[in-house]
Unconditional design. Structure first.
Lengths: 105, 120, 674
């Protein structure tokens, strides 16, 4: 699908996003702004998410919307070491695929 | 563990709640009515608020409404401690912005099981 | 962890003694017939704490006794009962009894049960109840096979903002049994259009294992009213409550009874087959016969065609069009079933509720044979139940009140259905107390829904009934105190493309009128064009179309454009701005306005041109693409192009929020507050 051209794109200069500790409803407004900015940069994205401790429904939703939009624009988004909290929340809500979380090795 | 604000005008209830929660490793701040709780909330932040409904000075419903107007309490879980009969009026609590309720009487085990629902 | 309650008992007894002192002194200050609100509130709170603590710390006799005192006090507090000297005396005696009980508990002595039960009886007599009657509604818990549950769960946007979280709820569900979940992202907007504090994802869950309905209800209890929730038992799809009449109608959808009905909102568990009258099938076969004849006539005509037979060809094509339309109508008719399917449940429901309330009500049904689409029928069932229940609960007065008001002892609830234009109209009329607009307004102010200074027309006041968080029940009953509110009723009806209105006369009657499209599959639309695009406005939303008269346009503070139509100022929405379409016709001068109404708001849409009107088949945009605000679906036109069908209420909302999608927006053309 789209993945072939964005492999080339991401090779150029991926933006790395440090996800911090929280992607939850208390900070989700700021996350939306940040993710919109990233989308407008039209670059590949690496989500560094190993230390995310708080990830709730609102957090899941904003990430799903972001990844969906990035896909439409042909941008590659990759997770780097998503934390267990992220994986568990995604599994419970059937959003693992929509979030494009990598398989556990 | 979590910072919890426990609000009840009954000292015995407050003691029981605080003792139970502290026993489970939480930090508990006690308030004797809604006004006292609101004053505390303005200068502190909590992960959870447990509040009785019927209290002098400021009741639990008004407290909830007031807390929801503070930016630091916009999404904080707020549970009403209410009786079975009060459950019929739970819509008041809900529309004031409460997350849920715990039905009185409850024992320490029930209290801990319920707050687990809102503390991750 | 086990905690010894003993250590709190001393505190409880001490504070209860203090509470009793407060009760005593306030009671002694009180005058019969006058309700001193502050005093009553203090007395109530003291009793409430004594009762609650008693139950918590193991003094159930104190708790049970004080419960009756508290209930009486609550009635006085709510203005349902006047405090007389007899009540004051009895409360004072009660204070003594509670005090004796506390002292006995403190010393570990037995209480004087005879005295306590004597006073309790006097209290109950005053209350007018015989012992506790925790009458519950029909239990729908029964799921004998109990293999599991199907759960449809669609949070309303605002659900997350009160601290509830789907992830935590699902974690609890997962602890009950084997848990399989499917997310539905169809309604998730783009990141740009997303308000991230709102929830736009829905879920379908299959929970297998021996799980009680109560366990699931408990997990969802806090979000009841904040979501669409349908819980159906797996495999066992038999009705939970059956009566002979229903059984005889083989293809009845799963029966939704009372308590269950309150929860089930929106799309129900729909049965997949339908019972069709043989007449309808015969009509269909006739129609196909005629179509075959027309087809063979046309093909004969085509075999040796010359221009001389052009007129005959046109005539044949006209006949083909007629056949097609008739065929379409016949096919649609197959899905139509009489509304008696929905009405049938009410006689029993009214009977049960009358018994419960001590009210007398005669149910009148008319127009039961009026037909509507099966899907619409299934979705209107629950809102109807709620409205009928509402009429009984809040509308019809108690028999003695009715007689005092010079009305017949028995009230009447009348359900009437009829066709009007392309709609089915269902009226629920009761000859009860009517709606008191002052009371409704006061309640809305109290609930913070409107400012006390707002001036509202009568219609707008009645409309407050449908606002979230509104309930007119002075006395919260177990019938209407739970379950969905009128706001959910309205939301469900709007979701079906319908409307609900209320008309009332104080002391006389109330009528709720529901208007619904006969079918959800086809819509009468007005085609309009803007730039190169064609859009469809549902005919039902259009009030009129007009040429702009420059004199009627006014701008408020350079921000909003309004159009004066007769006595009303209607905001102008420049269609090309909202949808970001390029067009030459951007001037209001000589422009064309289509005045539309959605959800009670009017707007004037500036469009390039009006094209024809036609019936269009609705295709879902959500399942094929994603939800777009202001658009309810799409259709394929005769020439094969796709046209979007406008959701007028949504469009007005989008325009007013200024959340336009086109970068060329200028501030002058932003939305206007209605």
């Amino acid at each position: 699908m789209i993945n072939q051209n964005d492999a080339a794109l991401s090779a150029v200069n991926p933006i790395t996003v440090n996800c911090g500790e929280s992607i939850d409803i208390s900070v989700v407004m700021a996350w939306r702004e940040k993710l919109l900015e990233i989308l407008s940069a039209k670059s590949a994205v690496l989500l560094e998410a190993n230390s995310v401790e708080k990830f709730d429904t609102a957090g899941l939703q904003v990430m799903v919307a972001f990844i969906k939009d990035a896909k439409v624009q042909g941008l590659s988004v990759q997770w780097l070491n998503p934390s267990d909290v992220i994986r568990r929340a995604a599994t419970l809500t059937d959003l693992t695929t929509a979030l494009e979380l990598p398989d556990v090795i | 563990m979590a910072n919890i604000l426990a609000v009840d005008d009954s000292a015995s209830m407050r003691q029981m709640v605080a003792f139970t929660l502290k026993g489970a490793g939480h930090n508990v701040t006690e308030a004797g009515d809604g006004q006292e709780a609101l004053n505390l909330a303005k200068s502190n932040s909590y992960d959870l608020v447990l509040s009785d409904v019927n209290m002098p000075n400021m009741d639990g419903i008004t407290l909830t409404k007031e807390l929801r107007t503070l930016s630091s309490f916009k999404f904080t879980p707020i549970l009403m401690l209410t009786t079975e009969a009060g459950l019929n009026k739970k819509q008041d609590g809900k529309s004031a912005g409460a997350t849920g309720w715990i039905v009185k009487p409850f024992n320490p085990e029930q209290l801990l099981a319920t707050i687990k629902k809102v503390l991750s | 962890m086990t905690i010894d309650m003993e250590q709190f008992k001393t505190t409880y007894i001490e504070e209860s003694h203090e509470g009793l002192e407060v009760m005593e002194s306030k009671l002694l200050e009180m005058d019969a017939g006058e309700t001193d609100e502050d005093a009553i509130n203090s007395i109530f709170r003291a009793a409430h704490s004594i009762k609650g603590g008693g139950a918590t710390f193991g003094f159930s006799d104190i708790s049970n006794f004080t419960h009756v005192v508290e209930t009486l006090l609550d009635e006085i507090r709510n203005g349902e009962r006047v405090i007389n000297q007899e009540a004051i005396d009895l409360f004072l005696t009660s204070v003594d009894v509670i005090r004796e009980m506390l002292t006995a508990a403190q010393k570990g002595e037995a209480i004087d049960e005879a005295r306590a039960s004597d006073v309790k009886q006097q209290l109950e007599k005053m209350l007018g109840t015989q012992a506790d009657d925790p009458a519950t509604l029909v239990e729908t818990q029964a799921n004998p096979n109990n293999v599991g549950w199907d759960i449809h769960f669609i949070p309303f946007p605002e659900m997350l903002t009160r601290g509830n979280d789907v992830v935590r709820m699902f974690r609890e569900l997962g602890e009950l049994g084997a848990f399989d979940v499917q997310a539905d992202l169809a309604k998730l907007p783009t990141l740009k259009d997303l308000n991230p504090e709102e929830c736009h994802i829905g879920w379908k869950i299959t929970l297998t294992g021996s799980v009680l309905r109560d366990q699931i209800d408990e997990i969802f209890a806090w979000v009841e009213g904040d979501c669409e929730l349908i819980i159906t038992p797996l495999a066992d799809t038999k009705p939970t409550k059956q009566d002979a009449k229903r059984q005889s109608q083989a293809k009845q959808p799963p029966v939704k009874v009372t308590a269950a009905a309150e929860r089930r909102v929106g799309a129900g568990a729909e049965s997949s087959s339908i019972r069709v009258d043989i007449e309808k099938i015969d009509a269909l076969i006739n129609m196909v016969g005629e179509l075959v004849i027309t087809q063979s006539m046309l093909s004969q005509l085509g075999e040796d065609f010359d221009m001389g037979r052009c007129e005959k060809l046109l005539k044949g094509l006209g006949q083909l069009e007629r056949n097609t339309r008739e065929l379409q109508e016949s096919v649609m008719r197959i899905r139509m079933i009489p509304i008696s399917f929905a009405f049938n449940r009410f006689p029993r429901m009214i009977h049960d509720m009358c018994g419960k309330f001590g009210k007398k009500v005669v149910l009148k049904l008319s127009g039961e044979s009026t037909e509507l689409d099966k899907t619409v029928m299934e979705k209107i069932g629950d809102p109807l139940v709620h409205l009928v229940r509402n009429s009984l609960d809040h509308g019809i007065e108690m028999p003695e009140q009715r007689v005092a008001a010079g009305k017949p002892e028995s009230g009447t609830v009348h359900l009437n259905a009829f066709h009007q234009g392309g709609n089915i109209v269902i009226e629920i009329t009761d000859d009860g107390a009517g709606l008191d607009k002052d009371k409704i307004f006061a309640k809305a102010v109290e609930k913070g829904l409107v400012e006390a200074s707002t001036v509202l027309s009568d219609d707008k006041i009645y409309d407050l009934l449908f606002q979230p968080g509104f309930s007119t029940a002075e006395q919260v009953t177990d019938i209407s105190g739970r379950g969905v509110g009128m706001d959910v009723v309205k939301r469900n009806i709007l979701a079906l493309g319908g409307s609900v209105e209320v008309a009332t006369e104080l002391g006389c009657c109330t009528t709720f009128t529901i208007r619904l499209p006969l079918t959800l599959a086809i819509l009468d639309g007005q085609l309009i064009c803007v730039g190169d695009e064609t859009y469809i406005i549902p005919l039902i939303s259009i009030i009129e179309s007009l040429q702009v008269d420059k004199k009627s346009v006014s701008a408020i503070a350079g921000k909003a454009e309004l159009y004066k139509l007769r006595e009303e100022y209607i905001p102008i929405i420049r269609f090309h701005h909202v949808f970001g379409v390029h067009t030459e016709k951007i001037s209001l001068e000589n422009g064309l306005l289509v005045v539309v109404e959605g959800n009670g708001y009017k707007a004037a849409l500036l469009v390039d041109d009006l094209l024809g009107q036609q019936q269009v088949v609705i295709k879902s945009l959500e399942t094929n693409f994603r939800k777009i605000d202001g658009v309810s679906g799409a259709t394929i036109l005769g020439d094969g192009t796709v046209a979007l069908i406008l959701d007028v209420a949504g469009l007005i909302r989008v325009a007013q929020s200024g959340k336009h999608q086109h970068p060329l927006n200028t501030i002058e053309n932003d939305g206007v507050a209605a």
